[in-house]
Design a protein around this ligand. Structure first.
Ligand SMILES: [Zn+2]
Ligand SMILES: [Zn+2]
Length: 395
């Protein structure tokens, strides 16, 4: 099986690169992946697979049934959306849409999963069980395409025992793969505070309620929640990137607006932390004679890589790639909507090295110069196929 998969991946590699280039040149923003979905559907039909279209509007789900299809079901996920970034690369497959770019590698994920579909469709009489292919919209945008796909039943009928996802990694050299058991990526909640007081002449503070001072106290006090109430073993980040007090030297404004992000890797602490922050900000503002309106946009949960599943996949990756090419990942405080699957079903999200310093392919995701070493795509499709069939055999 290993050799069959490797040889098919090699055989299809050039086509997978072409698919990735097509997607790269025609990016679509989150939840607007109409042409992408149509393209994916067309590719699947050409392989001989009829997808279910229109799941969460622009998502697709398809199954590849092996022998005894109900014995075990494994789900594979790719995201399809691009970002509102203007591409700065001068490459033949440069984005043809001004201000929209596949700067997070979702073109590579989709092309790889189409490669997996082709490989496993050919090999379908050589494995037991069913592979469920999930092409989801809107990874980059709240509420996250994954959450909508789950609401529309993607984890049911048939219900996968595990979900596997991969993401390009511009910090990992091409040819290598990264895994991490347990906590991997953070929950992401957006915080919007409006602190209100009574503005006026800065020379007469006794007649005013100074929202700048209240807001400053709140910012400091909220960090205290992270240092004093957070379980010490639980990583958390609280950062405020916006603090607007629109006065001048001698004018105190009526209000201050603050925006920040709260990230962590524990759902109970996440809920508790937010509850404490709201209480702290509101009561502090009130104690100082003002008020604070605290809005939270609840984002993605934290991403938990199921330990046994991840250990199994890592061992299979070693068989496929060689021990030197499988690396351990650090915690990453960024968010990823694959986390929604990981909250429902045993899941593993691993990273596919796409960096090539010699060729200058080093830019991070979400930058206008992001690109991948496309030789990663053969691995992207081959390794994922191998992991999926091995996971069908796992007990
Ligand atoms: Zn991204
Ligand atoms: Zn991404």
């Amino acid at each position: 099986m290993l050799e069959s998969i490797k040889s098919l991946a090699r055989q299809y590699a050039a086509d997978i690169v072409q698919t990735r280039r097509h997607l790269h040149a025609h990016p679509e923003l989150s939840f607007h992946e109409r042409n992408t979905a149509q393209f994916v559907a067309g590719q699947l039909k050409a392989i001989g697979i009829t997808p279910q279209e229109g799941v969460a509007d622009t998502g697709l789900v398809a199954v590849i049934e092996g022998r005894s299809p109900n014995s075990r079901i494994v789900g594979l996920r790719a995201d399809m959306d691009a970002l509102p970034i203007h591409e700065a690369n001068d490459v033949p497959y440069k984005s043809t849409i001004d201000g929209v770019m596949h700067a997070c590698g979702h073109d590579a994920h989709t092309a790889s999963l189409l490669g997996v579909a082709r490989i496993l469709h050919v090999l379908r009489d050589q494995f037991d069980g069913t592979i469920k292919l999930v092409f989801q919209p809107g990874e980059e945008k709240a509420p996250g395409g994954a959450s909508l796909m789950i609401k529309e039943g993607v984890l049911q009928n048939p219900a996968p025992v595990s979900m596997i996802g991969q993401h390009v990694a511009p910090n990992i050299p091409v040819g290598k793969i990264g895994f991490r058991e347990g906590m991997y990526m953070a929950s992401t909640d957006e915080l919007y505070l409006t602190v209100r007081g009574k503005g006026g002449h800065a020379a007469m503070p006794d007649n005013l309620v100074d929202p700048v001072l209240i807001a400053s106290h709140i910012i400091v006090a909220l960090q205290q929640i992270i240092s004093r109430n957070r379980p010490p073993a639980s990583p958390s980040v609280l950062s405020f990137g916006r603090f607007i007090a629109d006065g001048v030297t001698n004018v105190i404004p009526n209000e201050v607006t603050i925006q920040g992000t709260f990230r962590c890797m524990n759902e109970e602490w996440r809920a508790e932390g937010k509850r404490r922050m709201v209480k702290m900000a509101e009561s502090m503002a009130e104690a100082m004679g003002g008020s604070c309106e605290f809005e939270i946009v609840h984002g993605y949960p934290y991403l938990q890589n199921h330990p046994e599943l991840t250990r199994r996949l890592r061992a299979q990756a070693v068989d496929y790639m060689g021990v030197d090419n499988v690396v351990d990942l650090d915690l990453w405080m960024a968010g990823e909507d694959f986390a929604f699957y990981s909250q429902v079903v045993d899941s593993c999200f691993y990273r596919l090295g796409t960096r090539n310093e010699a060729r200058g392919i080093v830019s991070g995701v979400h930058t206008p110069t992001f690109d991948i070493d496309e030789s990663a795509l053969e691995t992207g499709a081959g390794l994922m196929s191998w992991l999926a069939v091995q996971e069908l055999r796992a007990v």
